[in-house]
Design a protein around this ligand. Structure first.
Ligand code: 13P
Length: 254
């Protein structure tokens, strides 16, 4: 399907890979996807591998992402990483508000909005994650939850900034479970997110924002998911930890 938004497929490596393993993986990915021009390709290794992976990606068609950053600039914030530090390694994207951080680090929509603003201030493109839990879906409040997260996590962004922001819809019940949302379930929520963006910004702006789906994306389901009109890419966890399966997801999406 021809869409006017370019697909963006990102691998979220989470807390996996030593430096040596990260280099193996990224070199494999580079080889596999060297000829791909139709998709923006991003890998997000752990902080400890950013420098090595950054060097390995020089002159390639794969861009670098980080998995989190501080809402603050450099200073007395023990254990945190500032956007300017990510820029040193040519990081272009940063995943913000992943459900694992919302759950384990208690990140709020308000905090995520501050991080998104800080990312833009350093010309990093945030990938802002939203998603409902199984009990929220079963309770029939998916749209209410997603609407609140989208409005809260993107609060204060300008039109120019939202166009350089990626929204990732990741239903919590589909993450790492092997249980993918059906392509229609994904499309329904993506269309809803775009409707919220129209209300927050305007129609033309909302039409330019890319919305990724994440949650058990694999080579076998990528084509159908990416074929949906409002699905503009994927945020891949487990299947991004192996070069061939990540590359197959990309190839199957074109
Ligand atoms: P899985 O692809 O392993 O389900 O993880 C999805 C995810 O959380 C990506 O950010």
């Amino acid at each position: 399907m021809v869409k006017d938004r370019k697909l963006i497929i990102a691998g979220n490596w989470k807390m996996n890979k030593t430096v040596a393993e990260a280099l193996d993986l990224v070199n494999g990915i580079k080889r596999e996807v060297a000829s791909v021009k139709e998709v923006d390709i991003v890998v997000a290794p752990p902080f400890t591998a950013l420098e090595s992976v950054s060097k390995a990606l020089l002159n390639s068609n794969v861009r670098l992402g980080a998995q989190n950053m501080s809402e603050n600039g450099p200073g007395a914030f023990t254990g945190e990483i500032a956007a300017t530090m990510l820029k040193e390694f040519s990081v272009r994207y940063v995943i913000l508000g992943h459900s694992e951080r919302r759950q384990y680090q208690k990140e709020s929509d308000e905090l995520i909005a501050k991080k998104a603003a800080a990312a833009h201030a350093s010309a990093l493109k945030p990938i802002v994650c939203v998603g409902e839990t199984l009990s929220e879906r079963e309770g029939g409040i998916t749209e209410k939850v997603i609407g609140t997260q989208v409005r809260g996590s993107l609060a204060g962004l300008t039109r120019e900034q939202i166009e350089e922001t990626i929204v990732a819809y990741e239903p919590v019940w589909a993450i790492g479970t092997g249980k993918t949302a059906s392509s229609q379930q994904a499309q329904d929520v993506h269309a809803f997110i775009r409707k919220v963006l129209v209300e927050m910004f305007d129609d033309a702006t909302a039409r330019r924002v890319r919305i990724q789906y994440g949650g058990s994306v694999k080579p076998s389901n990528a084509r159908e998911l990416m074929g949906m009109p409002d699905v503009d890419g994927a945020l891949v966890g487990g299947a991004a930890l192996e070069a061939r399966s990540f590359a197959d997801i990309i190839r199957n999406s074109i």
